[in-house]
Design a protein. Structure first.
Length: 338
């Protein structure tokens, strides 16, 4: 009986150990499944990292190829730029040694400009260049055009320029009123439509200011609403000390009074129908003071005007013939216009 009980007890112990072994095996299988899933996850991450690395290698290779191409193109552009700079320097050197030469200078009406240009002998069969330049660009063109730098002080560009050229010959034109927009055309013939904005003669004001007289008038199909007055402003004294100071104060007072009187006259003459442009002529010092001080002048666009001859009533009556003249210069350049 004792032996039977012992065998039963041993059987129960073995069965219990077997259950524990099965439980450990089950947990081990679960751990194995977790390990497999983690391994699959790591393998996927590794494949993804490998793909990113391959893409990065391709990107870097493409970037290096692009960089090499850009560097080669940049080197070619630098070489071309150096060649152009060398050619420009050669042309500038040639132009400085061979300035443009004047073959004709004239005053023209706008209606006669096209015939005047056509009458020039343009030896080159090259394209016809037509250029309209406001003042700042006109100054720049004179400085950069072949052989024209020496003409900067001769050709006044206060109002801009209109230029017609073919080959190495150009006709440079200064209009009576400012050029308002830039235009450039190249073709088989000249573009005379550039002159269209200047055909009509708009209503303009005229102010002439000198130490001994002044004039204010309107040009509108003739001379209208004119005012002409003779005055006297003392000159500069060469004496020193108190006498010079007294003369200076007296002169300053007279200049201020004259400018105030001209300002009032300008307001009265222009108040009914103010002109857009005011042609301003006179002594440089007086004109500069007038521009700084005259309130009425600030409402108008000022155009500096140079008048031939001494101001008089007869000269004022001739103003329409003087104001609407174009100045023309025909020049031969050391190299073709571009």
């Amino acid at each position: 009986m004792t032996g039977l009980i012992k065998r039963i007890t041993d059987y129960e112990r073995v069965e219990l150990e077997l259950q524990e072994t099965e439980e450990r095996l089950s947990r081990a299988q679960g751990d194995l499944e977790d390990a497999r899933r983690e391994l699959d996850k790591l393998r996927s991450q590794l494949e993804s990292a490998d793909e990113k690395l391959r893409r990065e290698h391709r990107r870097r290779s493409e970037e290096e190829a692009r960089r090499g191409k850009v560097e080669r193109e940049l080197a070619e552009r630098v070489e071309e730029l150096e060649e152009l700079r060398s050619k420009v320097e050669e042309l500038e050197s040639f132009a400085s040694r061979n300035p443009a030469t004047l073959s004709k200078e004239a005053e023209l009406e706008v209606e006669g400009i096209s015939d005047f240009v056509r009458e020039r002998r343009f030896d080159s069969p090259g394209p016809c260049v037509s250029i309209c330049l406001p003042r700042p660009e006109a100054d720049q063109w004179l400085k950069e055009a072949p052989g024209m730098a020496s003409w900067v002080s001769r050709i006044v560009t206060d109002k801009g320029l209109v230029v017609y050229g073919c080959g190495a010959k150009v006709v440079v034109l200064e209009p009576p009123l400012p050029v308002e927009s830039r235009h450039r055309s190249v073709g088989g013939s000249f573009d005379f439509s550039l002159l269209d904005p200047f055909v009509d003669r708009p209503r303009v004001g005229f102010v002439s200011l000198h130490r001994d007289m002044y004039a204010v008038c309107v040009l509108d199909n003739g001379v209208a609403e004119s005012k002409f007055e003779k005055k006297s402003v003392v000159g500069r004294s060469k004496k020193g000390g108190f006498s010079q100071s007294r003369y200076s104060r007296s002169r300053e007072d007279q200049v201020k009074h004259l400018i105030s009187e001209v300002d009032d006259a300008l307001y009265e003459v222009f108040k009914e129908e103010p002109p857009r442009y005011v042609l301003l002529e006179g002594d440089d010092v007086m004109v500069a003071s007038f521009i700084d001080s005259a309130e009425s002048l600030r409402r108008h666009e000022v155009v500096r005007f140079k008048m031939k001859g001494k101001l008089s009533r007869d000269l004022i009556e001739m103003l329409p013939d003087l104001v609407w003249k174009w100045r023309a210069w025909v020049l031969d350049l050391p190299s073709p216009i571009v």
